[in-house]
Design a protein around this ligand. Structure first.
Ligand code: MN
Ligand code: FE
Length: 361
């Protein structure tokens, strides 16, 4: 007996018995271990779909002109001290954070999952963190920032150190051949996926994203703003990968989803939100034009609750409103829609990067 499978516009004919056996052996964790990349038949279709979407979003830092940013950075009187500080904090924080995420995806999550289509999309995820790290080098070299000063920021600024410590804590112990048959270890992995996807990429990235896009909206740092918009578009796919992974891991291993596990996750988010609020106060020691620390901390509460709801957890501050509707628009978040589906803003690489400005702003 033969069975037909389609992936996009490709059709494959497989032996039905073999295909069924391969399908049944595919699991998020503890599935068949294989060195070969047997994608067929696809079990986690969302993983392949996201892989395709991410591929279509491909960008490179050098695609983005930096001449305006350089001109603004070098001129007197255009930028305030707070605006310069936000850019330094952005470069300083993300230089470390992109690497930390990529490292955890590669050494913890991609190691633990067994279905090849999951490894495929996680490989792309890691590569996108490489692109983001590379984009930061491009910003550092364009503005002529001192790389040692950037490094000193993530080693010396207390609120950055604490944010990094928070995520590293759930990552370190999971690197060495974790036996994923025990419920306790499954819960450790699920927490790692939750912390990296929903707390870090999903919430703790959004304070600076918001500030940099606020500047972009005032025509400050157009090149950096554009890079952060592409990064943000990538992050929304990363959050979705890790959300799907978390949900499927739990549906295949329902013993993970205990009341105390759920409460632990909410507490982790609460901790992440507290760290992010402290960080926001460091980024905005005084309010600048259009940038109030109070609005940004409320924004973090709003985002965090959307992330919790996205994985079926109760919000921490029910009813909190979004203080930046314009930012929601720019960030792909529409209240009336499913938070994670967002608006269709896939710009194919071929359709020229310049068109983003016309369509979006
Ligand atoms: Mn990233
Ligand atoms: Fe990411």
């Amino acid at each position: 007996m033969e069975q037909r499978f389609t992936i996009g516009n490709k059709t494959f004919v497989l032996d039905a018995a073999k295909a069924e056996a391969a399908f049944a052996a595919k699991k998020i964790i503890n599935g068949r271990e294989t060195m070969t990349f047997n994608l067929l038949p696809l079990k986690y279709k969302w993983a392949y779909d996201l892989y395709s979407k991410m591929k279509a979003n491909h960008w490179e830092p050098e695609d983005i002109p930096m001449n305006k940013d350089i001109e603004q950075w070098r001129s007197d009187g255009i930028l305030s001290e707070v605006e310069r500080w936000i850019i330094r904090m952005g470069v300083g924080y993300f230089s470390a954070a992109e690497g930390i995420v990529g490292d955890n995806i590669f050494h913890v999550i991609r190691e633990a999952v067994t279905a090849p289509e999951l490894k495929l999309v996680l490989g792309r995820h890691v590569h996108e963190e490489n692109i983001h790290a590379d984009s930061l080098l491009y910003m550092i070299s364009s503005l002529g920032l001192n790389p040692h000063e950037c490094e000193a920021m993530f080693e010396g600024i207390e609120t950055i150190v604490r944010k990094n410590e928070f995520v590293a804590r759930t990552s370190r112990a999971l690197r060495y051949d974790l036996d994923l048959r025990s419920t306790e270890n499954k819960q450790l992995l699920a927490k790692n996926i939750f912390v990296f996807g929903q707390c870090m990429e999903g919430t703790q990235f959004y304070g600076l994203f918001g500030m940099i896009l606020s500047l972009y909206r005032q025509n400050k740092f157009p090149g950096i703003g554009q890079m952060f918009r592409y990064t943000l578009r990538d992050e929304s796919n990363h959050i979705e990968i890790l959300r799907n992974l978390f949900m499927d891991l739990i549906s295949e291993n329902p013993e993970v989803w205990t009341a105390s596990f759920r409460e632990d996750c909410r507490q982790l988010m609460d901790e992440a939100v507290g760290l992010e609020k402290d960080f926001i106060h460091d980024c905005l020691p005084i309010n600048a034009v259009g940038l109030s620390a109070e609005d940004f901390t409320q924004y973090i509460d709003y985002i965090a609750d959307r992330r919790l709801e996205g994985v079926g957890l109760a919000p921490l501050k029910p009813g909190v409103s979004n203080p930046f509707p314009w930012l929601a628009e720019m960030m792909d978040i529409k209240k009336e829609q499913n938070f994670f589906e967002g608006r269709v803003t896939e710009y194919q690489k071929a359709s020229s990067l310049a068109s983003v400005d016309d369509d979006e702003l």
